[in-house]
Design a binder for this molecule. Structure first.
Ligand code: NDP
Ligand code: 2IT
Length: 448
């Protein structure tokens, strides 16, 4: 039993000793724990219950072999994972990512962030994340489907509508969720809402596809409104060309902003005329083809292609990093500031490096953290679970209204918990608002 106050450096050193080499996980913990320490150190029962040690150790990590045959009948072996991080407030919930760089550290960072994000939605959802080091790029539909089927052949043992409910993430969209869901149904003979992000024909929720990107822009609008400002007339630089980026661009344009970039792992396009709905639809269609590069946009429309680069040097008012973790470093932030950017809102999970965050704080930029700003996706996933359990469907309008309400509530909770004389610290607000809910539940259930 320890009642000692916790020192951050000692806490981090001990975590690093126990989890060597898990840099992304250490980064995520380092960004959250300093905001929580004042509360934990002032609450003896949290220290006595070792809340922080328990919150930074996953409930369990499942890792397994995934065998599959390519179109030439050659057998491949990948590693699949599910990190079931914390279920104090509800079943594990979080996406699946298929990317060659997937490893345990990456999924622990994502699962850890998901605990706070899910708590912020106000829905009873615990935190989890999963995926595999499988590279779908350049693979045929048949190959990706066989991979999904093989992955679910093991995963089905560990999930369930009251246990763990996965969804999509990078390279896992409604097509892959359909194959995963179909395999689960065939193996278990249960038609349960055990995955979210399903197509509408399988009980998916309207607006789930759009929800993350739309929610990011709604969160941005609330942040601007708090400053007496508005999105219309603003110029936006967005990274990514996937689910989050294209839907953020879509709503931003509808709200009167001008979006001038998108990017992928090959480079970025700079469209000085601004994206339109027609151009975004083209991007969605083009990027749905396995391995397609955004470079073709520059030939299709009047735009510049910048290979092997990120869009942070392009002048703008607002930047929305919506591709992947650590895509925006200190130099990128400084370039954005030099070119007039005043606001950064994270669409991706942890897209800004620790150094970049310091540069953002030093320059006093308006900053929206991913765990709050991109929570719209998992929030609508939560609504999809409810509608599946009740065997009903909600209309697009009902779900769109619910998403709007949830993003407003998340903004207001962050503003309340992050309020200071210097203004709102949204990161601190998100960390504390999410933590408070989870810590109360963890404390209430006791320790064995
Ligand atoms: P998608 O797979 O739909 O799109 C990912 C995009 O990011 C693609 O344009 C991809 O380019 C680009 N990208 C991926 N890796 C890199 C890299 N290393 N460098 C540069 N670009 C890269 O994923 P999502 O849009 O769903 O996810 C984007 C981010 O948002 C992730 O951080 C995810 O965790 C987060 N997120 C997603 C949610 C969702 O509902 N989908 C919910 C909340 C957060 P390319 O096509 O070349 O690979
Ligand atoms: O990072 C995320 O919040 C997601 N990938 C969505 C998770 C979900 O369960 O909808």
């Amino acid at each position: 039993m320890t009642h000692d106050k916790i020192d951050f450096d000692e806490f981090l050193e001990s975590l690093k000793r126990r989890t060597p080499g898990e840099d992304a996980f250490h980064q995520a913990v380092s960004e959250v724990v300093p905001d929580l320490l004042p509360i934990v150190n002032d609450t003896p029962q949290y220290r006595e219950a070792a809340i922080l040690d328990r919150l930074t150790e996953p409930d369990r990590i499942i890792s397994f072999r995934v065998d599959w045959r390519d179109d030439d009948n050659i057998v491949h072996v990948n590693r699949g994972y599910r990190v079931q991080f914390n279920s104090a407030i509800g079943p594990y919930k979080g996406g699946l990512r298929f990317q060659p760089s997937v490893n345990q550290s990456m999924l622990k960072f994502l699962g850890f962030e998901q605990i706070f994000k899910n708590a912020l939605t106000g829905l009873p959802l615990g935190g989890g994340k999963g995926g595999a080091d499988f590279d779908p790029s350049g693979r045929s539909e048949g190959e990706i489907m066989r991979f999904c089927q093989s992955y679910m052949q093991e995963l089905h043992r560990h999930i369930g509508p009251d246990v763990d409910i996965p969804a999509g993430d990078i390279n896992v969209g409604s097509r892959e969720i359909g194959w995963l869901f179909g395999t689960y149904r065939r193996i278990t003979n249960q038609v349960e809402g055990v995955l979210t992000g399903k197509g509408l024909s399988m009980g998916g929720a309207e607006i789930r596809t759009e929800a993350t990107g739309y929610g990011v822009v709604q969160f941005l609008c609330h942040m601007l409104a708090e400053q007496g400002d508005r999105i219309d007339g603003k110029t936006l630089v967005i990274s990514g060309a996937g689910n989050v980026a294209t839907h953020a661009a879509e709503l931003a344009i509808r709200d009167g902003a001008k979006v001038i970039t998108l990017s992928d792992s090959n480079g970025y396009i700079h469209d000085r005329n601004g994206l339109t709905q027609e151009k975004i639809d083209w991007v969605k269609d083009h990027k749905s083809k396995s391995g397609a590069s955004l470079e073709a946009y520059a030939d299709e429309f009047d735009a510049t292609w910048c290979a092997d680069a990120a869009p942070w040097g392009v002048p703008c008012d607002v930047a929305l990093p919506c591709a992947t973790e650590n895509e925006l470093g200190k130099d990128g932030v400084n370039a954005l500031i030099d070119n007039g950017c005043t606001t950064i809102v994270e669409g991706a999970n942890m897209p800004t490096t620790a150094e970049a965050k310091k540069a953002i704080r030093d320059a006093d930029l308006l900053f929206g953290p991913g765990k709050a700003a991109n929570a719209g996706g998992v929030a609508v996933s939560g609504l999809e679970i409810s509608q599946n359990r009740q065997r009903r469907t909600q209309t697009r309008q009902e779900l769109a209204d619910a998403l709007k309400d949830i993003m407003q509530t998340i903004h207001d909770s962050c503003a309340e918990f992050g309020q200071s004389k210097a203004g709102i610290n949204y990161t601190k607000g998100a960390n504390i608002a999410g933590f408070t809910k989870v810590a109360e539940a963890m404390h209430a259930e006791g320790v064995t």
